[in-house]
Design a protein around this ligand. Structure first.
Ligand SMILES: Cc1cc2nc3c(=O)[nH]c(=O)nc-3n(C[C@H](O)[C@H](O)[C@H](O)COP(=O)(O)OP(=O)(O)OC[C@H]3O[C@@H](n4cnc5c(N)ncnc54)[C@H](O)[C@@H]3O)c2cc1C
Length: 507
């Protein structure tokens, strides 16, 4: 089956159709809502100003988890919900989510028992969806499973199981799933204003970045799913609205696999300043993270601060046998957490649901979903679409996502890929991605730029920024062929990708 072209999708915006649901934002929250709304049968349009998951949703720690640290905060309900969602994702997206063992090393027998008791509770909360029971390990077992761990002071450990996923690829799977249910999803289409009539939000003003064409799009209900930018979109309606978010930046560093060989992730529940740190095997490398730095300026591409890099290197150096230095960093990236500002509440609207995420309705009927985490995107989507259906007075239709298999990983996908030229011609020895996959990304996964391919269809920029930089020229040529790009456009995209590779590099 061929996918509609961008021109065909844009054409659908031109005929004054009134959509049931228009969603602003193409990260985990927006794409999840698009799948939910389209699968219920609502006519659904999603507009993303950049690429899908270009914001926080490609910059996570890549864990589908209950959140061991929330246990310490006593947030049992949240952990239980997240564990149930973890189970659903393992079933609904087995091509993108898999179980992963973690070890928390202990410095004493008492500490081992303490962590063991906490993780036993984690097992119990998972109930039937528990992956494998946690287990106390002696010193020898701990060091054998984590050969990169500095043995000094290690008395033993506790192994538990959670799940790992590819965040940007899951976002693309959601976009494709929503499209299969008839939703129109468009990247590079910023929403620049809200349409209002009789005191009600009734649509959006949007623009196609590539052509510059503007659109006024009518909707029965508009969902604001713009992550840390949710307050900015709320201000389209009410310029003086009180912010509901307190964003915080977290960074990750990617190191070679030999810093932590063995396939088991390391979890340090408390670093020198009380933060959790993970070192996780990922894409043949080690992902180290994360930090927690309040940030109000909200750049489109947040960059790691030097102090954050030093903090992570220092924390890793304290627990790993070989202390990493700046020269060992293959890639570095930052993301902004859309944390709810509990102190401010939700003025002029109905706040609902857990401490972790909220669904708010403004006076004029703009429905905002804010906060939360990747793991719970499906639950958030169910709740925000329930609310949107009420606000937009849509026919009540039940949520259909609990058992919905997400797109990708099927024999048809492999067959489509196998028909494209460039099979087995790898872009770089550091990556599995071949030229056929670049063509596939353009034809079936809405890649529009060199950076889309290198950051979110493959994960090259996240894995090794220098090696990714070496692929820019060839990816550009393939993109130009697939999308019939002018030479000026191609030059722009190449220079944009070079800037991006510098941003992922710590050199
Ligand atoms: C460092 C870090 C680590 C994390 N690790 C994990 C983890 O391991 N597991 C987990 O479950 N969760 C994790 N999270 C949380 C999770 O990543 C986020 O909760 C989730 O990605 C937020 O998705 P979102 O769609 O709300 O926001 P975003 O991904 O930021 O999406 C919002 C989108 O809206 C778009 N947008 C903004 N304004 C407009 C506009 N005017 N018009 C059109 N589009 C617009 C943006 O371009 C963006 O793509 C982590 C977060 C961080 C920061």
């Amino acid at each position: 089956m061929t996918s509609p072209t961008r021109a065909e999708l844009l054409d659908r915006l031109r005929y004054g159709k009134v959509w049931d649901v228009v969603i602003v934002g193409g990260g985990a929250s927006g794409l999840g809502a698009a799948v939910d709304a389209a699968a219920r049968g609502y006519s659904t349009l999603l507009l993303e100003r950049g690429d899908y998951a270009c914001g926080t949703s490609s910059r996570s720690t890549k864990l589908i988890h209950g959140g061991v640290r929330y246990l310490r905060q006593g947030d049992i309900g949240l952990v239980r919900h997240a564990l149930a969602e973890r189970n659903r994702l393992l079933i609904n997206a087995p091509h993108l989510v898999h179980p992963l063992p973690f070890i928390i090393p202990a410095r004493s027998a008492v500490q081992r028992l303490y962590y063991g008791a906490g993780l036993r509770l984690y097992d119990l909360l998972a109930g039937a969806s528990s992956l494998q029971a946690s287990r106390l390990l002696d010193r020898g077992e701990t060091l054998a499973a984590l050969p990169g761990l500095d043995p000094l002071g290690v008395a033993g450990g506790v192994r538990y199981w959670d799940a790992q996923f590819d965040d940007a690829r899951l976002a693309i799977a959601l976009m494709r799933t929503a499209s299969e249910f008839g939703a129109i999803c468009l990247n590079y289409s910023p929403v620049e204003g809200l349409l209002q009539a009789n005191g009600r939000v009734c649509g959006v003003a949007a623009r196609d970045v590539e052509s510059g064409e503007s659109f006024e799009i009518q909707a029965r209900v508009v969902i604001n799913a713009t992550g840390v930018y949710a307050d900015a979109v709320r201000r389209f309606e009410q310029p003086d609205s009180t912010p509901i978010l307190s964003p915080s930046q977290g960074i990750h560093l990617v190191l070679d696999a030999d810093f932590l060989p063995g396939g088991t992730a390391l979890m340090i529940p408390e670093t020198a300043d009380g933060r959790v740190m993970f070192a996780i095997p990922w894409e043949g490398r080690v992902l180290l993270g994360t930090t927690d730095t309040p940030r109000r300026d909200l750049p489109v591409v947040p960059l790691p601060f030097a102090e954050e890099i030093d903090f992570l290197l220092d924390a890793a150096g304290k627990v790993l046998l070989r202390a990493p230095t700046r020269a060992d960093i293959r890639s570095a990236f930052a993301g902004l957490r859309p944390l709810l500002d509990a102190g401010r509440g939700a003025p002029g609207g109905t706040a609902a649901l857990s401490r972790e995420h909220a669904v708010l309705v403004s006076q004029a009927g703009l429905v905002t979903v804010a906060g939360g985490k990747w793991t719970t995107y499906r639950l958030m989507a169910e709740q925000v679409v329930n609310k949107a259906a009420e606000v937009g007075e849509l026919m009540t239709l039940p949520c259909a996502t609990a058992m919905l298999r997400l797109a990708g990983g099927e024999p048809e996908d492999a067959e489509q890929l196998s028909q494209l030229p460039g099979q087995g011609i790898r872009l770089h020895p550091a990556f599995d991605f071949d030229e056929a996959a670049v063509r596939y990304a353009c034809r079936y996964e809405a890649a529009r730029t060199v950076e889309d391919v290198l950051a979110r269809r493959s994960r090259a920029l996240f894995i090794d920024a220098t090696a990714a930089r070496a692929c820019i020229g060839r990816v550009g040529e393939l993109l130009a062929e697939e999308l019939q790009l002018s030479s000026e456009r191609l030059e722009d995209l190449i220079s944009q990708a070079r800037t991006s590779s510098n941003q992922f590099s710590c050199a």
